[in-house]
Design a protein around this ligand. Structure first.
Ligand SMILES: [Zn+2]
Length: 85
């Protein structure tokens, strides 16, 4: 797996939504690639912070959905940028 593919899979990996084979390839790449590893750690932290804030303020489900949609949209934009490089 190369960095481009790893970045595309990143957001799904954070949500544990990868197929087993994809996840294995992804994790294998992280072991070899410091940059992607750091990116993945950051992505996980960001997700945790969002989750903690939602719990802390007991946000209504509609707001939770809106935030989740926003974060996934951002991820898609990010992926597009990388793919067209
Ligand atoms: Zn990489």
């Amino acid at each position: 797996m190369n960095c481009k593919k790893a970045r595309v899979l990143m957001s799904a990996a954070v949500d544990s939504e990868l197929a087993l084979k994809e996840e294995q390839d992804f994790l294998a790449h992280l072991k070899q690639c410091k940059e992607c590893h750091e990116e993945f750690e950051d992505a996980k932290k960001t997700k945790m912070i969002i989750k903690e804030r939602i719990v802390q303020f007991k946000a209504p489900q509609s707001l939770v959905d809106a935030i989740m949609q926003l974060t996934s949209l951002t991820a898609i934009e990010h992926e597009d940028t990388l793919l067209f490089e």
